[in-house]
Design a protein around this ligand. Structure first.
Ligand SMILES: C[S@@+](CC[C@H](N)C(=O)[O-])C[C@H]1O[C@@H](n2cnc3c(N)ncnc32)[C@H](O)[C@@H]1O
Length: 234
């Protein structure tokens, strides 16, 4: 699924590192699963959490309730859903809201001036292709701070990055890094995607990556950032 901050293009690099020492039946957890673009490539016991209510309602309907989403939505319908969200089921609001410019929540109806691209068809195919890969997954919708985590889990964190486009709730980065320290000390294997981390975290992988302007302050041209993976060093 096209999603703001998707890690789809890095999954091939990151997952071999994250899963390297995974034991049989060891739980894998993503507290910030978003568009499921990493966890859809992990098998076995796995939990996807995200605090975005509509998003998780959509995954629930698609994966566990066989919901077949619409293959096209007109601009008029898009706008009506955007401004009257409480009149529609949450899973539909999410499906429509995320098929927006940059995969960003209701950021504008995607329209190809030349009429060549079928954005709704792409959205439908992207999402329905993921669904079989997510069979059996445990879904959870809460803040990462409230998660109850099985012993010795592998935890992959892809939080909202510091100084990038804000998600709809403010995010306390200091509290997040402290939570990662605590989970590592509790015996979990914790991996974090970010551009930078506090000094007691070690970078185990990095790669230059183009970021789109939607991630940065307005009027900045696309630029290259170093995408990194960190672990707590203690
Ligand atoms: C960078 S995105 C994850 C993208 C995902 N890895 C992918 O490849 O599609 C970050 C996610 O964190 C979620 N989020 C933000 N604050 C959160 C919190 N306190 N607890 C749980 N999820 C949160 C957002 O809703 C968003 O989906």
């Amino acid at each position: 699924m096209k999603y703001m901050g998707s890690k789809a293009r890095f999954a091939k690099d990151l997952l071999p590192i994250i899963l390297k020492d995974r034991k049989e039946n060891q739980a894998y957890l993503e507290p910030f699963a978003g568009g499921m673009n990493m966890i859809d490539k992990v098998d076995g016991l796995r939990t996807a959490n995200d605090q975005h209510e509509e998003l998780m309602a959509m995954w629930q309907a698609l994966i566990h309730e066989n919901w077949d989403p619409p293959q096209s939505v007109s601009e008029e319908e898009y706008k009506h859903i955007k401004y009257n969200q409480d009149q529609y089921p949450k899973h539909l609001v999410s499906y429509v809201g995320f098929n927006s410019f940059g995969g960003k929540w209701f950021a504008g109806y995607r329209r190809d001036k030349e009429g060549k691209r079928d954005y709704w068809g792409e959205h439908y195919r992207n999402i329905t292709k993921q669904v079989p890969k997510l069979e059996g997954i445990i879904l959870s919708c809460k803040s990462y701070t409230e998660l109850v985590i099985p012993e010795k889990s592998i935890i992959y964190c892809d939080p909202p990055y510091e100084s990038t486009t804000k998600y709809r709730d403010g995010f306390n980065h200091e509290q997040f890094w402290e939570w990662c320290r605590q989970q590592s000390k509790a015996g979990h294997q914790v991996f974090i995607s970010e551009y930078n981390a506090p000094d007691d975290f070690k970078c185990v992988w990095e790669k230059p990556a183009k970021t789109t302007f939607s991630w940065h302050a307005k009027n900045l041209a696309p630029k290259v950032a170093l995408e990194r993976l960190f672990v707590f060093e203690g």
